[in-house]
Design a binder for this molecule. Sequence first.
Ligand code: ATP
Length: 299
Amino acid sequence: MNTVLDVQKLTKKYGDYLATDKVTFNIAEHTSTALIGPNGAGKTTTLSMLAGLVTPTNGSIQFQDHSVKDIRSLIGFLPQYPKFFHWLSALEYTEMAARLNGLETKNAVMEAKKTLEFVGIGNVMKKKIGTFSGGMKQRLGLAQAIVHQPKLLLLDEPVSALDPVGRRQVMELLKELQQKTTILYSTHILNDAEQMTDQLLFLRNGKLVENGSLDEVRNRYANPRIVIEFESIEERKRFESLITWEVTSKDLSISLAVDQPNVSMHQVLTILQSNNCSVRKVEHQTASLEEIFMKVAVI
Ligand code: ATP
């Protein structure tokens, strides 16, 4: 697969403060990459450097097509807080973005209309932006970023301002877009990344601390365990007296890490059955996406 973007040791210092510290990764064509991390991790700083809005202190950014003089024709960028001119219509605004990104007037109008239809606000394209809801503005922001069909789409928290339905709809749009372009987007919600990501880049305090597919990262932090919920606290305590494994107990439940010698579902069920323990449920569990986020974000 072709590499669209190669980033080496990208560093940004504000005074003595390292907003990003030697961040290194690359992005293959027609993939989606989620840049994830808690507030202040350096996501916006990274995307702003890639978009040419912030000058790196050190490191390099190499686009596949380095013959291009103006990277604006190569990339589309949706900032975290896009600014709109409220007195313009959605069509006028998108057409303006198309022209700024190198399209000629006739083409710009045609592409703007097509793009507004695609993002789902074609029916209100002649309405003033000032009358738009947050969700409509987010779609308009996406439209201005893709109207010139960029090779690489950079999106800073594209769904954070949306309600759950809007989130789902915009993520569906992005999945469709991935057929035509390459996407790098930031989010601090792992569940959003779960819907669309080939590569996960996890930033913490400006450093890249994880890089891999969602499954790879999941497996690294899976922490598989067997969780048993008993009918009563007495039953839980009785079970505990029958075993030598390390457990974590809370109220009616206990949790057994499966990396201990001889811990298996079969073993657990045998002990429960042969001692007539009263249980409500027994299940295998692995770390949820939220737990994984907390682990990677805090460790
Ligand atoms: P969020 O999820 O809150 O948007 P983020 O991961 O996008 O966070 P950045 O906005 O990149 O984080 O900020 C990274 C760090 O760099 C933060 O501590 C921020 O305060 C600092 N920073 C960003 N821009 C500047 C600036 N212009 N001057 C000084 N410090 C800055």
